[in-house]
Design a protein around this ligand. Structure first.
Ligand code: SAM
Length: 229
């Protein structure tokens, strides 16, 4: 899989050199590059923003640098998925990560200021498949953190990225629709808190039943919306 990000702060993406994603890049399971939008400007100040038509607070990202970046980075076959990080988009879920993990080439467009001129989205739609995606109902200063969250979530679904593929099965937000049960490691007793007895019983059926009951209880308490989905 190839992933590109267009941003005015490519340094944000240095975090993707770390840990499992860094290894996945070293092993060529994922190719990733962050591109500085300002390299697609032609004026002395490398301007990427301007005031909005119709007035209003703040600045908007102007279309010309984006157009040149897309001309440079989008595959000619029209198969690239262009993800605009956008709080007004569809909300990113585990199902979205699965959909995007099957794509050959994704370009993340990271907004700043009050966002990007709408014609950039319209232009991208003539060159590839566009999705506007939000990582939640709150506002960030820019799309970089949102893109990194999505990239990490997508990349860990690519075979070979996570050492033990089984660890992807029992997680929260997987098929069961339930949140994960509480987990414990050694020591069995720590600062007056003990591991639930059932987990040290060796009775696998009892452990499975306890974990399922915990999942249901936790989901009901914290995310009842998941049970009604
Ligand atoms: N004026 C915009 C609005 O009200 O929808 C918010 C602009 S925000 C300050 C700047 C940029 O941060 C956005 O263009 C987007 O790329 C990114 N961003 C902010 N919140 C986000 C979220 N929840 N999910 C994804 N991207 C987000």
């Amino acid at each position: 899989m190839r992933i590109d990000a267009i941003t005015i702060f490519p340094e944000y993406f240095d975090a993707l050199n770390l840990s499992l994603l860094g290894k996945a890049r070293d092993n060529n399971l994922i190719q990733f590059e962050a591109h500085d939008l300002r390299t697609y400007t032609s004026d002395k100040h490398k301007t990427v923003d301007d005031s909005p038509y119709g007035g209003g607070a703040g600045m908007l990202m102007k279309p010309e640098p984006w157009g040149l970046a897309f001309d440079d980075l989008l595959a000619a076959d029209g198969e690239t998925v262009i993800v605009f990080t956008n709080p007004a988009g569809e909300v990113f879920k585990q199902a979205t990560a699965h959909e995007l993990a099957g794509v050959k080439h994704i370009v993340f467009a990271c907004g700043r200021y009050e966002g990007i001129d709408q014609r950039v989205v319209d232009y991208a739609a003539t060159k590839g498949k566009v999705r506007l995606i939000s990582i939640g109902d709150y506002i960030l200063n820019g799309g970089e953190v949102a893109a990194i969250a999505m990239i990490e979530s997508i990349a860990r679904l690519i075979p070979g990225v996570i050492g033990n593929a089984e660890s992807l099965v029992e997680e929260s937000h997987t098929e069961s629709g339930l949140l994960e049960y509480p987990s414990y490691t050694k020591p069995a007793s720590w600062r007056g808190f003990d591991v639930p007895e059932v987990l040290t019983s060796g009775n696998h059926a009892a452990i499975a039943a306890w974990r399922h009951a915990q999942q249901v209880e936790r989901t009901k308490a914290v995310r009842p919306d998941l049970l009604s989905d």
